[in-house]
Design a protein around this ligand. Structure first.
Ligand code: BJW
Length: 239
């Protein structure tokens, strides 16, 4: 099958073997922190120090993290699809930068990025490498304490939704990798792709909450399953 318009969604599972924590697994981030405290605008308003500490630690961890074979395989696939005249959009829910480090370029961070901050007062957003705290001044408007991580919390609108739905409505292959299928709107993408007539594939450690919505599933660690699936697909491209 010669797929030409591919959309791939990734979640925390694709970065698990690079040492970035997942959220809902047994030892996941949500077993140590309350979602309401660190992943909602209300939690940030209540206790900005806690939220800054949480994201500062995760931003620091980015420096040591390296892409694993799954990230590298997806970057390889993007190039192979382009060389065969097609297009691959990689939509990640992850706020790490491992897809970029692996070489993916047609990439959309729907839940934002750890390495960016935005100002709640004036709306400016930009790259940020160091720590952030409640005394940090906005570089544009000068307000103290209004800068926050440029990530999408519960109740906030994810980034790039128009572009994502446009691609989903026209895709012929949709692949979901390493995501639990618990968080919307990402968990609903498979239905959009299915309605567009796309083949749908889930690659995960184990079947996700919406595994039954996919036409095909392959299960095991991303470093193995994704690499093998990419190899199989690249062999068929152009045939
Ligand atoms: C491996 C592996 C290995 C492990 N190899 N695999 C009631 C019903 C429906 C929806 C709602 C509702 N009430 C509220 C909502 C909406 C809400 C929502 O979905 N809530 C649910 C909890 C019910 N969603 C929102 O509020 C979103 N906004 C929104 O809906 O706006 C309105 C809108 C309307 C219409 C259209 C569009 C928008 C915003 C959601 C924001 C999520 N933010 C977070 C934090 C980001 C910043 C940060 O990182 O701190 O995003 S929460 C967290 O969950 C993070 C992740 O991106 C997201 C998804 O998690 P993910 O990636 O799936 O990780 P896990 O841990 O859940 O799963 C890991 C998977 O990997 C597992 O399956 C493992 O098996 C697997 N795995 N090791 C392969 N080695």
């Amino acid at each position: 099958m010669n797929y030409r318009r591919i959309v791939i969604l990734t979640g925390a599972g694709v970065s698990a073997e690079s040492g970035m924590g997942t959220f809902r697994d047994n030892d996941g981030i949500w077993t140590k922190y309350d979602i309401e405290d660190v992943a909602t605008p209300e939690g940030f308003a209540r206790n900005p120090v806690l939220v800054h500490d949480f994201y500062n630690a995760r931003r620091r961890a980015l420096g040591d993290a390296a892409p694993n074979p799954a990230h590298l395989a997806l970057a390889r696939l993007e190039k192979a699809v382009a060389a065969a005249g097609g297009e691959l959009l990689l939509v990640t829910q992850n706020v790490d930068n491992l897809h970029e480090k692996a070489g993916s370029t047609n990439l959309l961070h729907m839940h934002g990025e750890l390495a960016r901050v935005k100002c709640d007062a004036c709306g400016v957003a930009g790259a940020w490498e160091g720590d952030l705290d409640a005394a940090t001044e906005c570089w544009r408007c000068g307000r103290v304490g209004a800068l926050r991580p440029d990530v999408v919390w519960f109740g906030e609108m994810p980034y790039g939704m128009d572009a994502i739905y446009e691609r989903l409505s026209a895709c012929d292959l949709f692949v979901s990798i390493g995501t639990s299928g618990e968080v919307y709107p990402a968990a609903g993408f498979v239905m959009e792709a299915d309605m567009a007539g796309a083949h749908t594939v889930e690659l995960n450690l184990e079947p996700s909450a919406n595994a039954r919505g996919f036409r095909e599933g392959r299960y095991g660690p991303a470093s193995e399953v994704v690499s093998q699936w990419v190899e199989d697909l690249v062999a068929k491209l152009g045939s």
